[in-house]
Ligand binder design. Structure first.
Ligand code: ASP
Length: 293
């Protein structure tokens, strides 16, 4: 059984960006699906999907990510595989366009998490190209910053456009990945839920895989991704477990806006969000396919 799902963030997608979001989700899904159908692993599939979204300026990850209060990009990402519960994560990395590739390197290391300049060093040692941090700033972000206008998608302070993917491969392995520039205008060094295992993502071959998005501080407080997996353990369907987690967010923490995508080990897909929008899409041999923006 093969399945993959991707998201392009919970928030308020402005009307004019919806087509771009939809297109990005479709291309990312296609990239991940192709890996799976060519007998690639779930890890490779989520990587392929997330790299596509990191490269597209409509999303808040890699190129085109949100700018912090000093006007530069600091990227966070996390990757997990469900067979041996291996994890690779980076935080506050500034000079790599595809932080998820660095996560892939760390996934195979004895450590699980590197931050800042040392995450960049790990990337360089692995031969991942280092880029000029300014090259990650898209014209849209620059314009927004220069005009001093608030980013429409963030008008309540909520982040948006973070990306993520979950997949199940033919061998029964699951994986999840999340990548973000974090909250718009965040203070330098601020790290949210996205690179934190159990918060921004989680994968366990016994149950399934999850990637979350939304207000990072709130998602982290309830260990959102792990909670969603716990829902599967308790016998909920992916849709029910997704909803239970997002409802808990609202119940337990203020500013609890967000959403998540969830895949179980049978290839069933579920998603839920309480923000005005969340773009996502799925393809599953079991559940068919669809895109929502
Ligand atoms: N969760 C991310 C963060 O707080 C933002 C988002 O998902 O849009 O950094």
């Amino acid at each position: 059984m093969q399945a993959i799902a991707v998201h392009g963030g919970a928030g308020r997608i402005p009307e004019e960006l919806r087509p771009e979001h939809g297109e990005g989700i479709r291309i990312a899904l296609q990239a991940g699906r192709q890996v799976l159908t060519q007998e690639g692993s779930a890890v490779e599939a989520v990587m392929a999907a997330v790299v596509v979204l990191e490269d597209l300026p409509a999303f808040n990850a890699g190129y085109g990510a949100a700018l912090n209060s000093e006007g530069y990009v600091e990227l966070d990402a996390g990757l997990m595989e469900g067979r041996a519960l291996e994890i690779g994560a980076v935080a506050a990395i500034r000079d790599v366009q595809n932080p998820i590739r660095v996560c892939r390197v760390i996934l195979q290391a004895p450590q699980i998490f590197f931050s800042g300049a040392d995450a960049s060093r790990v990337a360089r040692e692995a031969g991942i190209e280092s880029v000029d941090p300014d090259s990650l700033i898209s014209p849209r972000r620059l314009k927004q910053r220069q005009s001093g206008a608030s980013i429409p998608a963030l008008d309540s302070g909520l982040a948006a456009d973070t990306v993520g993917a979950v997949a199940l491969d033919e061998k029964g392995d699951v994986a999840s990945a999340t990548s973000t520039g974090g909250m718009n205008d965040k203070p330098p060094g601020r790290v949210g839920d996205s690179p934190l295992p159990g918060c921004g993502y989680y994968a366990d071959n016994k149950w399934g895989a999850c990637s979350t998005t939304g207000w990072g501080e709130s998602l982290a407080r309830i260990l959102a991704a792990r909670r969603a997996i716990e829902g599967l353990e308790r016998g909920l369907s992916p849709s029910q477990a997704a909803r239970m987690t997002v409802d808990l967010l609202k119940e337990r923490v203020s500013e609890g806006e967000g959403g998540l995508i969830l895949l179980d080990c049978q290839g069933c897909f579920g998603a839920y969000f309480n923000s005005p929008t969340m773009s996502y899409g799925w393809w599953s041999e079991r559940d068919g396919e669809g895109v929502n923006t």
